[in-house]
Design a protein around this ligand. Structure first.
Ligand code: TPP
Length: 581
């Protein structure tokens, strides 16, 4: 068989098998070496291709789309630095367990390490940040090689998704000529009903005898705390709230736990812990007998202090597959089990632990009420950062996603997102907490068709303005709320802020630029509200519009620091005076 037929059939079988394995989207960046992959994906009837020029943005776009859909997304790029630009998103996908397939084109072996153009060493380029790496064979179309292409495709798609999801890297050597021939008969191979290779994954569940013992152990304690950290399983909300109600326990619910909002019972959910656990006396008064955590470590630093202060407390961390996410270093029992089944299994063994006279829960709720009261009062009409976020979380539409940037954005969402019946999906890049790739991630999530609001700071926005191009190209519905405090607002809360000589240049890093001009360039609607009411109206109009809208709220870093301090000290004061007297 000739070269073109080998190339065409090999890649067509590969791409078709990805489709049969559940892949629906591919993000393609332009380049010559990747032509066989790019053209074949574009030709495949079942796969939607997204063309994103900048590979760094492309990979974050794929990450956002995969986070939103929980399906693997493929990335295709040319050789050289094109592939290296995937690195930050691959790191984030690895750390926050998102299924991605990096398909990088490469020179054939005879053109490697000999000074050929656009050639770098792509073998294991992403190191241990991928679940696996495979160097694909050169294209051939004898039956065994078409089987090989199919099995490698299915393995990669399934590997990215099973266990702890994550990225997988396949590197493709291609010899010229590179253009496939789609007129070949039976291009997509035999029309199999089923994928060539199928994976079945079971849920981890602990034995009945363990669950009996564990339930008996928990029953011997009065003061338990359930913690829901960042996690993506929607069903956990219902299961964990049933468990908490029947055990009479508070749930410390991180904003990224998917537990704060939704139709489930929210009576035991404590959203205000970040405010009141800042105080050491409060942390001591709320010393638990045990902590049962689902998901990753919460965002809140006050919660981290709470755990640190209570090293002698039994801590149980539930992981659905495997992992070590206990950054405090306290003694911990890891429970490797599906979180939802674990909750119901535990309920079965110990249906009701604490029924009445539950002072423990009452104390948590009382403190939470104080926080809620103070948060509700935050509204004097001026537009502080806190008020901006509070307004956003109040009016964000039902059945939509909120993609939250790092730095102050996620912390303010932690403070202001209260329980509600709205169905919101909370997304963030908390695997590695980068301020890069945020626009592309949000736009990627919007590519799923789900309405998305992205909340982020001005440095994060600037870092990834390239990401706006894809929103324009595909007319994706996204509202971006940029809190522009002209620099890194979070640093005002750190000890570095007291170093007058270096602070502004090294940490504050103001940009002094006008974003409106950039938004115009990308054809987006631009709003610049100056009061809470104007912000509300701007957001509401943006939700009615199609395409890209950017709402910029201009604030001041120093004012923001004092504003937050005042809010926290008001809460602290009242709790010490009324609840802890
Ligand atoms: N570079 C990357 C890629 N990620 C990071 N987390 C940092 C640097 C360090 N960093 C953390 S927060 C921050 C920086 C530079 C400032 C972010 O500023 P902005 O996005 O405007 O948010 P604000 O602090 O004002 O809320």
């Amino acid at each position: 068989m000739n070269h073109i037929e080998n190339l065409t059939r090999y890649i067509a079988n590969f791409v078709d098998e990805l489709s049969k394995s559940g892949l629906t989207d591919v993000v393609i960046s332009p380049g010559s070496r990747s032509t066989p992959l790019a053209m074949t994906f574009a030709e495949h009837p079942e796969i939607k291709e997204w063309i994103v020029l900048d590979e760094r943005s492309a990979a974050y776009f794929g990450l956002g789309l995969a986070k939103q859909t929980k399906r693997p997304v493929a990335l295709v790029c040319s050789s050289g630095t094109a592939a290296a630009n995937y690195f930050p998103a691959i790191v984030e996908a690895h750390q926050s367990r998102v299924p991605l397939l990096a398909l990088t084109a490469d020179r054939p072996h005879e053109l490697r390490d000999v000074g050929a153009p656009q050639a770098i060493d792509q073998i294991k380029l992403f190191g241990d940040y991928v679940k696996s790496f495979h160097e694909m064979a050169l294209p051939e179309s004898i039956p065994s090689m078409l089987q090989y292409a199919r099995t490698r495709a299915a393995r990669a798609a399934n590997e990215a998704l099973t266990g702890n999801a994550g990225p997988v890297h396949l590197n493709f050597p291609f010899r010229e000529p590179l253009i496939p021939d789609f007129s070949l008969e039976n291009l997509w191979g035999e029309p199999l009903q089923e994928p060539y290779t199928i994976w079945h994954e079971g849920q981890k569940r602990l034995s009945d005898s363990f669950m009996k013992q564990f339930a008996a152990k928990l029953s011997s304690f009065k003061k338990g705390v359930i913690v829901c950290g960042p996690q993506v399983k929607e069903e956990l909300a219902e299961a964990v709230s049933l468990l908490a109600e029947s055990f009479g326990l508070p749930i410390i619910a991180d904003p990224l736990s998917q537990v704060r909002t939704g139709e489930h019972a929210t009576n035991n959910i404590i959203e205000g812990y970040d405010a009141f656990l800042r105080n050491e006396k409060v942390r001591n008064a709320l010393k638990p007998d045990y902590i049962l955590r689902f998901g990753a470590m919460p965002v809140s630093k006050a919660y981290l202090f709470y755990v640190k202060d209570h090293i002698d407390v039994n801590q149980y961390v539930v992981e659905h597959h495997e992992g070590y996410r206990e950054p405090v270093g306290n003694p911990t029992e890891f429970i490797l089990a599906d979180s939802v089944s674990f909750c119901s299994d535990l309920l079965e063994e110990a249906p009701t632990i604490i029924a009445e006279d539950n002072e423990w829960l009452a104390q948590w709720k009382q403190m939470n009420e104080v926080v809620k009261k103070h948060i509700a009062k935050v509204a004097d009409g001026s537009l502080t950062e806190g008020e901006a976020v509070k307004t956003l979380v109040e009016i964000i539409p039902d059945n939509s996603s909120l993609y939250v940037g790092n730095s102050m954005a996620i912390r303010d969402v932690d403070t202001f997102l209260m329980t509600s019946k709205k169905k919101l999906t909370l997304l963030a890049n908390r695997g590695a907490n980068g301020i890069d790739g945020m626009v592309s991630s949000g736009v990627g999530a919007a590519a799923s068709g789900q309405p998305v609001t992205l909340l982020l700071g001005d440095l994060s926005f600037y870092h990834d303005m390239n990401g706006l191009l894809t929103a324009k190209h595909y007319n994706l519905n996204i509202t971006i709320l940029v809190v522009n405090n002209n620099g890194g607002g979070i640093f005002s809360f750190l000890p570095q802020a007291s170093n007058e000589k270096h602070f502004e240049a090294l940490f504050g890093t103001p940009l002094h630029i006008e974003f409106q001009k950039a938004i115009d360039m990308y054809g987006g609607s631009y709003y610049n509200p100056t009061t809470a009411m104007e912000l509300k109206e701007a957001l509401q109009s943006s939700y009615k519009e199609k395409g890209l809208s950017v709402v910029e709220v201009k604030t001041d870093r120093t004012d923001n620091f004092h504003w937050h301090k005042k809010l926290w000290s008001g809460i602290e004061h009242e709790i010490l005076k009324t609840v802890m007297e």
